[in-house]
Design a binder for this molecule. Sequence first.
Ligand SMILES: [Cu+2]
Length: 119
Amino acid sequence: MIRTLLLCAILAVGLMTPDAAQAHAVLVESTPIVKSKVPGDKIEINLHYNSRIDAKRSRLVLKGAGGETVLTVRQGKTEADIAATAEGLKPGAYTLLWDVLSVDGHVSRGKIPFTAVER
Ligand SMILES: [Cu+2]
C-alpha cells in the first residue's frame, strides 16, 4: 500500500502533466453514502472519483448475508463516475467493494458498508 502510494508520488512528479498529477483515483462521493440506510430491494449505485475511471476494467462486488454478487459496472454520468444497479436485496447489512482502474494505470480499492431496509 505504502509502496504503491510512493510509486504514485514518484510517477506523478516524474510525469508532471495535468493528467498524471491528478490521476490516482480517490473516491469523492458515493450513492449509497457510507453507513446509510437504503430503502427498497433495488438500489442504484454511483461512485464519483477525482479522476477518470476505466469502467470496463473496474469491479464492483456486493457482499451480504446471502453471499457475494459481482455487479455489472457501467460508466456513470461522467468519465469519473461508475454506476451499477443491485436488485433483489433483502433487508440487512451489505458491503459494496469497489476496485477501480484510473487513467494512470493504478488500481485503488475501498468499501462502502450500508444497510438495506424495508421501503
Ligand atoms: Cu496512481
